[in-house]
Design a protein around this ligand. Structure first.
Ligand code: PFF
Length: 573
């Protein structure tokens, strides 16, 4: 029984661990695809506004909650009032669902480390256009390439197997596509026309086709399971073994591992950015990334995407930073730590975006299409764009392996921060051993991830990602700012932060916590629901999916309440 709460080895170790939790797939995988989906530049502006007005103030809030109450999230809220313990479990529950699909992406990265070693994503030419998707052999419903478009098909619609978006067969595809002619390829919700089978093959043999069709075997909807992919299972299992092994001994090992998992990936990312921006066509991608279309800033949906990306990226609203704050020594510097973590995280995301968008620019140039059409967006973007850059590097295999190892090292400390937060909550309440709590939480999450290893996996992942971020994280944050800002008092919390910080924060913090953040979130959620008449993400909105997403959000507080009313045996009670 830990009479004295474990603390970090040093200030640097804490900052690195918090940065380690913050910087992860959110920066390199999620940030670019959400930016792409939301049209580039304007999203970036909204992102930085949300970072400074919401993300960093909330980091200060979460660190200070943990530091003050010396408990993980459920225990901290229980100390405010026992009636609020469920809320801490709710936050942990949202994080738990997120880590479940997060590990899937880590699994993909494991597999891609291998694919990079063999350059497996470079498909042989000639396999696609004639047999797999040829018109004569397949049903219209699941076809990606239409060879020799016969008149009888022109005008008929079909569902793209890649994105599940409806496409219409036309004799003469849109003018901004690569030429047009006898072969049409439905890809990423767009129809591309090619003059020769060779051109179509070159396109279909791209990393994008490999990822969706070969690697994931993606089906056309979340209700169509497709095949169970054993290679994904292996990658996924290895990812979990790595996560559990790194977290095994609590904060002491965390303190050492993070030096490696934070600093090495940074160096590699710099290499990727340099290579990315030196590719021809990169400028086109970067201008999509950096030039804002100001009118887009009127959309609540864009702001919700930005704020929830900030929360995801900073690990705010997951119960993580509360637990990490509780491991801080008494004498510390809350405000400065939050600033460092927030800025380091945003800079990394920005670089991740530079790398991806320059690759997209290059890819768009080689296909002769605009950047906005180049690839199916959504959770697959990083797995299409990065291989594209990698293939252009001199020692492609080496860089490929290093890159995916980098993604993994970045991701592993985020995943274990979550595991640590939930484990600390379980430990605080039931006094179970660290190892046991880890195994239970990790094991449960592993089992829940298994359905995502089938052809419908990316659909489920997309839905879970969308709901957990847009509604899960934002509702947790909304609860936090209402409880502290209006319940226990923003001013009291600010003074607490200032007593424990060299850097003093002004009254602006209270304004953010009491007014800006709650009002902003409520406005965004309402406008998102209103704008939801149009499809979300890349897989379209169907009412069953919408219900399924909300069901999880509603179930979480109920489970939280059950856990809160369960009898505990922990030291914090
Ligand atoms: N901040 C993390 C990231 O940007 O990747 C988000 C995260 C996801 C943390 C999943 C923890 C986690 F389990």
């Amino acid at each position: 029984m830990a009479a004295i709460r474990e603390t970090w080895n040093s200030r640097t170790a804490f900052v690195l661990a918090a940065i380690g939790s913050a910087i992860g797939l959110g920066n390199i995988w999620r940030f670019p695809y959400i930016t792409y989906e939301n049209g580039g530049g304007a999203f970036l502006v909204a992102y930085f506004v949300c970072l400074f007005l919401a993300g960093i103030p909330l980091l200060m809030l979460e660190f200070s909650i943990g530091h003050k109450f010396q408990q993980a999230a459920p225990g901290s809220f229980r100390k405010i009032t026992p009636r609020l313990e469920w809320f801490g479990w709710f936050a942990a529950g949202v994080g738990f669902i997120i880590v479940t699909y997060y590990a899937i992406i880590m699994g993909w990265s494991m597999n891609y480390t291998y694919e990079a070693a063999t350059l497996g994503w470079e498909q042989e030419e000639g396999v696609y256009a004639d047999t797999r998707y040829a018109i004569a052999e397949t049903d219209l419903e699941d076809m990606a390439v239409l060879a020799e478009v016969p008149d009888s098909l022109v005008g008929r619609s079909f569902v793209s197997p890649v994105t599940a978006e409806p496409c219409v067969v036309c004799a003469d595809p849109a003018g901004d596509m690569t030429g047009y002619g006898t072969i049409l390829v439905a890809f990423g919700g767009h129809l591309y026309g090619f003059n020769t089978v060779d051109d179509a093959n070159a396109f279909m043999g791209s990393p994008g086709d490999f990822f969706f069709n070969e690697f994931l075997g993606v089906t056309s909807s979340p209700w169509d399971m497709g095949d169970f992919k054993w290679p994904l299972f292996i990658g996924f299992s290895l990812a979990w073994i790595w996560i559990v092994a790194s977290v095994w001994k609590g904060t002491r090992t965390v303190s050492k591992v993070v030096y490696f998992t934070v600093l090495v990936p940074w160096a590699l990312l710099v290499v990727f950015v340099i290579r990315g921006i030196s590719l021809s066509g990169a400028g086109q991608g970067l201008s999509f990334y950096l030039t804002p279309v100001w009118s887009n800033l009127m959309s609540g949906k864009l702001w919700l995407a930005a704020i929830s990306q900030v929360f995801f990226s900073l690990s705010v609203g997951f119960a993580i930073m509360i637990a990490y704050g509780s491991f801080l020594p008494k004498k510390t510097n809350i405000a400065a730590n939050a600033m460092i973590v927030g800025i380091a995280d945003a800079v990394t995301a920005f670089f991740g975006g530079m790398a991806v968008f320059s690759a997209l620019g290059h890819h768009a140039e080689s296909l002769g299409v605009p950047v906005s059409h180049v690839v199916s967006s959504g959770p697959g973007l990083a797995f299409v764009a990065y291989p594209h850059i990698i293939t252009q590097l001199p020692a492609a295999r080496l860089f490929g392996v290093l890159f995916f190892l980098m993604l993994l090292t970045l991701a592993v400390d985020s995943a274990f921060s979550l595991l640590e937060a939930v484990t600390a909550s379980v430990k605080d309440k039931w006094n179970t051993s660290h190892g046991k709590a880890n195994l239970i939480v990790g094991g449960l999450s592993f089992l829940l991830g298994i359905p995502m290893l089938t052809g419908m996996g990316i659909h489920i992942l997309d839905i879970a990602d969308h709901f957990m971020n847009s509604f899960g994280l934002t509702l947790v944050v909304l609860g936090e700012v209402l409880i502290i800002g209006w319940g226990t008092g923003a001013e009291e919390q600010r003074q607490y932060i200032n007593r424990n910080s060299g850097l003093q924060i002004g009254i602006w913090w209270n304004v953010c916590i009491r007014w800006l953040i709650p009002m902003g979130i409520i406005w965004m959620i309402f406008s998102e629901i209103r704008e939801r008449a149009v499809p979300y993400g890349s897989f379209g909105l169907r009412s069953q999916e919408f219900l399924f997403g909300w069901l999880i959000i509603i179930l979480l507080p109920i489970v939280g309440d059950l856990l809160a009313s369960a009898k505990g045996r922990g030291e914090g009670l």
